[in-house]
Write a protein of this length. Structure first.
Length: 295
């Protein structure tokens, strides 16, 4: 992928923990040069989709987080309404806490999709570190963030993302990643960006306290990747550089990357970390030193 790809990329419309915008330059060289369909089963903020999705004939973006997927759909279908409502929201702690508390109301689940999308985008713009997190009852609980007058409604950002969603043939879903397999074939490219295998006790593992992405979930994803490989589907996965991940994916090429962590709540514990790209195909560039190749 050339530098021009980055120049024409659309920025994600919302913050999302684990977003790949900061390290996408390190990932792009290893992306296949051609594919007909592009899948992103853990789309999050969509940095990869908004960069390489336009090169596919058909895209499929998915996330298990229904509120996030609703925001994507509203941005695609009603960007003007989204912006008009966002402009009425303010950067104020009491206002933030009131908006955050809306999911405590039983009627929240049946509230208008537009209002839920506006709420999510606002919360992620104003909450601490842009972290989507809910407690064991499913209530959003990230504290208020301290920023220098954050712009809540970023018109140009929203307009560009909305135009992209409408111009690039894209199917948006809110299902388990495994349900997408029947749509994948040997002309597909799948990029996985799941919650990472923890390498420290305080590592981020899931957005939901009641639904931890644990070792068994990591193992299940590894088995799914093996299914894709046997089907001839090309995939790439980002994950932590841990011995457990290397063992799970010992049959595939594992490329080391150096990145900066921005997830930990304590800024003092944010540091350079090692993560990996796992692929099952020959990349268009030479593999870097330290790459593990299956025998």
């Amino acid at each position: 992928m050339e530098e021009s790809v980055l120049e024409q990329a659309v920025k994600p419309f919302t913050k999302w923990v684990g977003g790949k915008r900061r390290i996408i330059k390190k990932i792009l060289p290893f992306v296949p040069l051609q594919f007909d369909s592009y899948f992103e089963p853990f789309v999050g903020g969509g940095a990869m989709y908004f960069t390489i999705g336009c090169f596919a004939k058909q895209c499929y973006i998915n996330d298990i987080n229904g509120e996030l997927i609703n925001a994507y759909c509203q941005l695609r279908d009603n960007p003007q309404g989204l912006k008009e409502r966002l402009r009425t929201y303010i950067y104020d702690k009491d206002f933030y806490l009131a908006v955050r508390a809306r999911d405590r109301d039983p009627s929240f689940v049946t509230s208008a999709p537009l209002e839920r999308a506006v709420r999510l985008i606002y919360l992620l713009r104003v909450c601490y570190n842009g972290l989507y997190r809910v407690n064991s009852q499913g209530y959003f609980n990230t504290p208020f963030g301290r920023y220098d007058d954050p712009k809540i409604c970023r018109d140009e950002l929203l307009d560009e993302a909305s135009a992209y969603l409408n111009q690039v043939p894209t199917e948006i879903s809110n299902v388990s990643y495994s349900e997408l397999i029947d749509k994948m074939d040997d002309n597909s490219f799948v990029y996985f960006d799941p919650p990472y295998m923890p390498i420290a006790r305080n590592s981020f593992t899931s957005y939901h306290a009641q639904d931890e992405w644990d070792d068994s979930a990591q193992a299940e994803l590894a088995r799914f990747c093996q299914q894709l490989d046997s089907k001839g589907v090309r995939f790439m996965q980002s994950n932590s550089d841990s011995s457990a991940i290397r063992k799970l994916y010992q049959g595939f090429t594992i490329i080391p990357l150096s990145t900066h962590s921005t997830i930990n709540a304590d800024p003092r514990t944010r540091h350079k970390r090692r993560e990996v790209l796992i692929i099952n195909y020959k990349p268009p560039v030479p593999l870097p030193p330290g790459t593990y190749r299956p025998r």
